[in-house]
Design a protein around this ligand. Structure first.
Ligand code: NAP
Ligand code: G4F
Length: 354
């Protein structure tokens, strides 16, 4: 297929976890020209894309720069725009309130306005990376068993509040201007390419590089611990999340945009796992078990009678979102979306490749 016949996909946030997997997925379909927006950074931020660097086009840009977004969309006239760009760390959003708003709320507005004002509504479809954070603590306050497209949204962080603005603007642009703009309301998704300061990756990196001796011990029952081992410092142990693999999620993003009608979809595994259980599973993968003793800030996790996990209130948030689990039934039924990973194969991939 010549490059003229290919669909043009413009990805904001291509250098992030999802951006790299989405690029890989679109390239695998063989009918996409993949163009990604990267931020100027003092050090290289394209490490997740190195292996496909020669198959994609990268251009400098910033989603908070209105003129830049307009120029990029008018230049490339994309068939599909994926907005994955965000200040995506919930805890950090409490310290970066305005910045998070500029990027996560007004950034998507720049894209929507550009498509509308450049008269590209019949050409460009827009995917917005919405999030299960929108629900806040609805699962518990409304006594629900899972969260779907109709569950009430009560955000509890600056990040989620910014994302809720974007979520509503996407719906507004769809309803008011007939633009094909959709929200993927995604539950947490992880991988070996996850940012190092998200809890799953932090746990995996600790186990692999700070506690157990080396990768060659992975999967084997042995008692080789690192000589210079350090305990894991962790926040809320009993928060639960619905953890999927990012590879499954990016396929879902693409499927949401291929639908004949623009609609919002929840994607997730439907399985809820606590941070505590995630730690136990990672430790088990190395052939060990965790024994918990104490409670509250005094609780500690022991591996072979040695303190290995310490509660550290630095990782508590001013407002905690305790529990999340999604109901992806609509995506499964209407789109035929089916995840391939489960929590155990996710952990396996993360340990192998991190
Ligand atoms: P990520 O790894 O943090 O990637 C975020 C991307 O946005 C990076 O490429 C980052 O660039 C880019 N970015 C940040 N600020 C920008 C700006 N001002 N202009 C342009 N680009 C900017 O996040 P992710 O896990 O891949 O998530 C992708 C999207 O899905 C995010 O919008 C996130 O909020 C949302 N989401 C994620 C999850 C999840 O569990 N992963 C769940 C629901 C929703 P740098 O590489 O230069 O930092
Ligand atoms: O890994 P987390 O930081 O992810 P969080 O806050 O759920 O946000 C992620 O998922 C959202 C979708 O639901 C995305 F929208 C968002 O962009 C991001 O990708 O924290 C998960 C849980 C929280 O309850 C947190 O309090 O783990 C708890 N936690 C406990 N100790 C910790 C730690 N989180 C981090 N980051 N670091 C800790 O040491």
């Amino acid at each position: 297929m010549s490059s003229i016949d290919k669909k043009v996909a413009l990805i904001f946030g291509i250098t992030g976890q999802d951006g790299s997997y989405l690029s890989e997925y679109l390239l695998s379909l063989n009918n996409y020209r993949v163009i990604g927006i990267m931020r100027r950074s003092s050090s290289f931020n394209t490490g997740r894309l190195d292996y496909i660097r020669d198959k994609i086009e990268l251009v400098y840009g910033d989603i908070s720069d209105t003129a830049c977004v307009f120029e990029l969309i008018s230049k490339y006239v994309p068939d599909e725009i994926y907005n994955l760009a965000a200040q995506s760390h919930v805890a950090i959003s409490f310290q970066l309130e305005k910045y998070t708003m500029d990027v996560d709320a007004l950034g998507p507005l720049n894209i929507l306005q550009a498509v509308r004002l450049l008269n590209l509504k019949d050409k460009c479809k827009i995917y917005q990376a919405s999030t299960s954070e929108l629900y806040g603590n609805t699962l518990n306050t409304h006594h629900l068993t899972s969260l779907d497209e109709n569950s009430p949204m009560n955000p509890v962080s600056p990040y989620a509040i910014a994302k809720l603005y974007a979520y509503h603007m996407v719906r507004h642009y769809r309803d008011a201007f007939g633009i094909f703009a959709v929200n993927g309301i995604l539950q947490n998704h992880e991988s070996s390419r996850r940012g190092d300061n998200f809890v799953t990756k932090k746990i995996v990196l600790w186990a692999k590089y700070k506690w157990f001796s080396s990768l060659q011990n992975y999967g084997m029952k042995n008692d080789k611990l690192r000589v210079d081992r350090e305990p894991l410092h962790i926040g809320k142990l009993d928060s639960s999340r619905d953890w999927s693999h990012a590879k499954d999620m990016v396929k879902g993003m693409w499927m949401i945009l291929q639908s004949s009608t623009p609609e919002d979809y929840v994607l997730g595994s439907g399985v809820r796992t606590t941070v505590r259980t995630f730690i136990e599973k990672v430790v088990q993968a190395y052939g060990f078990t965790v024994e918990w003793k104490g409670s509250g800030l005094e609780e500690k996790g022991y591996i072979q009678n040695e303190v290995a996990i310490i509660i550290d209130p630095r990782y508590y948030r001013p407002n905690e979102l305790s529990d999340l689990v999604g109901n992806p039934e609509k995506a499964k039924t209407k789109l035929g979306w089916q995840p391939e990973y489960n929590i155990d194969t996710l952990i396996d991939e993360m340990i192998q490749n991190s």
